[in-house]
Design a protein around this ligand. Sequence first.
Ligand code: SF4
Ligand code: SF4
Length: 72
Amino acid sequence: MIVDIELDKCTSCGLCDPICPADVIHMERNGDREFPAIKYPEHCVTCFNCEIFCPTQCIDVHPIVRRRPLPW
Ligand code: SF4
Ligand code: SF4
Protein backbone atom coordinates (compact mmCIF):
# COMPACT_ATOMS: atom_id res chain seq x y z
CA MET A 1 0.00 0.00 0.00
CA ILE A 2 1.35 3.41 -0.94
CA VAL A 3 2.23 5.31 2.24
CA ASP A 4 3.91 8.58 1.40
CA ILE A 5 5.48 10.76 -1.30
CA GLU A 6 8.34 12.97 -0.12
CA LEU A 7 7.50 16.07 -2.12
CA ASP A 8 10.73 17.86 -1.16
CA LYS A 9 12.65 15.24 -3.19
CA CYS A 10 10.13 15.18 -6.09
CA THR A 11 11.26 16.69 -9.40
CA SER A 12 7.70 16.85 -10.84
CA CYS A 13 8.68 14.49 -13.66
CA GLY A 14 5.11 13.12 -13.70
CA LEU A 15 6.14 9.48 -14.24
CA CYS A 16 4.29 8.10 -11.23
CA ASP A 17 0.89 9.21 -12.54
CA PRO A 18 0.68 7.16 -15.80
CA ILE A 19 2.74 4.28 -14.43
CA CYS A 20 0.23 3.46 -11.67
CA PRO A 21 -2.10 0.70 -12.93
CA ALA A 22 -4.76 1.57 -10.35
CA ASP A 23 -4.96 5.32 -11.03
CA VAL A 24 -3.99 6.11 -7.44
CA ILE A 25 -1.57 8.98 -8.14
CA HIS A 26 -2.60 12.19 -9.88
CA MET A 27 -0.40 15.15 -10.73
CA GLU A 28 -1.88 18.38 -9.37
CA ARG A 29 -0.80 21.95 -10.02
CA ASN A 30 0.59 23.85 -7.06
CA GLY A 31 1.87 27.29 -8.05
CA ASP A 32 4.07 27.00 -11.12
CA ARG A 33 4.74 23.27 -10.69
CA GLU A 34 2.76 20.04 -10.59
CA PHE A 35 3.18 17.58 -7.74
CA PRO A 36 1.87 14.02 -7.30
CA ALA A 37 -1.06 13.52 -4.95
CA ILE A 38 -2.19 10.20 -3.48
CA LYS A 39 -5.78 10.57 -4.63
CA TYR A 40 -7.23 7.10 -4.20
CA PRO A 41 -4.99 5.16 -1.77
CA GLU A 42 -7.74 2.59 -1.23
CA HIS A 43 -7.29 1.51 -4.88
CA CYS A 44 -3.57 0.73 -4.46
CA VAL A 45 -2.73 -2.87 -5.38
CA THR A 46 0.83 -2.70 -3.93
CA CYS A 47 2.51 -3.37 -7.28
CA PHE A 48 5.54 -1.19 -6.30
CA ASN A 49 5.68 0.40 -9.80
CA CYS A 50 5.72 3.93 -8.43
CA GLU A 51 8.43 3.17 -5.85
CA ILE A 52 10.61 1.33 -8.38
CA PHE A 53 10.33 3.80 -11.25
CA CYS A 54 10.45 7.11 -9.37
CA PRO A 55 13.86 8.52 -10.40
CA THR A 56 14.43 10.15 -7.01
CA GLN A 57 13.10 7.31 -4.80
CA CYS A 58 10.68 9.59 -3.00
CA ILE A 59 7.68 7.24 -2.96
CA ASP A 60 7.26 4.80 -0.08
CA VAL A 61 5.15 1.69 -0.63
CA HIS A 62 4.56 -0.60 2.34
CA PRO A 63 4.48 -4.33 1.59
CA ILE A 64 1.14 -4.81 3.35
CA VAL A 65 -1.40 -5.63 0.67
CA ARG A 66 -4.84 -4.22 1.26
CA ARG A 67 -6.31 -5.14 -2.11
CA ARG A 68 -4.68 -7.55 -4.52
CA PRO A 69 -6.56 -8.38 -7.70
CA LEU A 70 -7.79 -11.96 -7.73
CA PRO A 71 -6.60 -14.17 -10.61
CA TRP A 72 -10.15 -14.98 -11.66
S1 SF4 B 1 2.11 0.62 -5.56
FE1 SF4 B 1 1.28 0.36 -7.65
S2 SF4 B 1 -0.95 0.58 -7.41
FE2 SF4 B 1 -0.01 1.43 -5.55
S3 SF4 B 1 0.21 3.62 -5.97
FE3 SF4 B 1 2.16 2.64 -6.57
S4 SF4 B 1 1.95 2.19 -8.77
FE4 SF4 B 1 -0.12 2.61 -7.95
S1 SF4 C 1 7.98 9.79 -10.24
FE1 SF4 C 1 8.91 10.63 -8.35
S2 SF4 C 1 9.96 12.49 -8.99
FE2 SF4 C 1 8.51 11.96 -10.63
S3 SF4 C 1 6.62 13.12 -10.12
FE3 SF4 C 1 6.43 11.08 -9.21
S4 SF4 C 1 7.17 11.33 -7.09
FE4 SF4 C 1 7.91 13.08 -8.28
